[in-house]
Design a protein around this ligand. Structure first.
Ligand SMILES: NC(=O)c1ccc[n+]([C@@H]2O[C@H](COP(=O)([O-])OP(=O)(O)OC[C@H]3O[C@@H](n4cnc5c(N)ncnc54)[C@H](O)[C@@H]3O)[C@@H](O)[C@H]2O)c1
Length: 249
């Protein structure tokens, strides 16, 4: 499949995990991929994978919660490639805190990156997506749909992403822009291997959100994200697709 030939896709969180897998897939399908992440090393690896396979990719270091950096990244993308067809918004962080001892700055950082950062990207690319009748794929989570113990900040951020994406879908439908979410669950990535648990974490509670068939690699997300970003999903907007091995079924 070459669904992204002559199309430009900006992927955030492209330096690792699901964002990287999506960037590699879109590059393999002919897209020019503008990769954004806070990790320069992660970006270098992703861009190298795409270009080694014959694809087109550029990396730009950017903190998605910083408006000036996001504006600069979107401007650089459009200056380099001339247009923008899709935004794949995968940058995110996960922190666990006991809610009855939640540090306000921990809450604020999770909201700033996962929710505000996702909004800033959407806002900045929308004029370009209107021009190409393009689309947005945001990263929500199963944590937006079911309780994540000690994950109040993360769950709130992902519930916000889900609701915001539906709003954008309705607001921009007449202007030809689609907006959808993926809700991953139990995907092996930097996020899931580097977890710092609160002291005395009750792991029985975590079992409720573990997938029936075991964790999967980030590549299982790539085809779903590429489908939603592409014209295969021309009549899908405001939707959220759970990719969780049936955990919440
Ligand atoms: N892995 C899972 O099981 C799972 C489940 C539900 C939702 N998600 C969501 O999927 C998305 C991708 O996560 P992943 O599992 O691939 O994790 P990951 O940690 O492998 O990738 C996240 C990437 O985002 C980048 N990032 C973090 N903060 C950033 C910032 N401020 N600005 C720019 N980039 C930043 C990181 O450097 C990293 O490369 C996230 O939004 C995450 O919340 C993942």
């Amino acid at each position: 499949m070459q669904r992204f030939t002559n199309r430009v896709v900006l992927v955030t969180g492209a330096g690792s995990g699901i964002g990287r897998a999506a960037a590699v897939r879109i590059g393999a399908e002919g897209g020019s991929v503008f990769c954004v992440d806070v990790s320069q090393a992660g970006l270098d690896e992703t861009v190298a994978s795409i270009t080694a396979a014959g694809g087109a990719a550029t990396g730009q270091c950017c903190d998605v919660s910083d408006e000036a950096q996001v504006r600069a990244a979107v401007a650089a993308c459009v200056a380099q490639y001339g247009s923008l067809y899709a935004l794949v918004n995968m940058a995110g962080i996960l922190r666990f805190d006991d809610t009855d001892a939640m540090p306000t700055d921990s809450w604020a950082r999770v909201i700033a990156v996962n929710l505000t950062g996702t909004m800033i990207l959407c806002r900045e690319v929308l004029p370009h997506l209107i021009a190409t009748r393009g689309s947005i794929v945001n990263a929500a989570s199963t944590a937006a749909l079911a309780g994540l113990p000690c994950g109040a900040a993360y769950s709130a951020s992902k519930g916000g992403v889900l609701a915001m994406t539906r709003s954008i879908a309705v607001e921009f439908a007449k202007r030809g822009v689609r907006a959808n979410c993926v809700c991953p669950g139990d995907i092996n990535s930097g996020m899931t291997t580097d977890i710092v648990w609160p002291p005395n974490m009750d792991f029985e509670l975590i079992g409720r959100i573990s997938s029936l068939s075991g964790p999967k690699e980030a590549e299982v997300m790539a085809g779903v994200i590429a489908m939603l970003a592409s014209e295969d999903a021309v009549h899908i907007t405001g939707e959220d697709i759970r990719v969780d091995g049936g955990t919440l079924s």
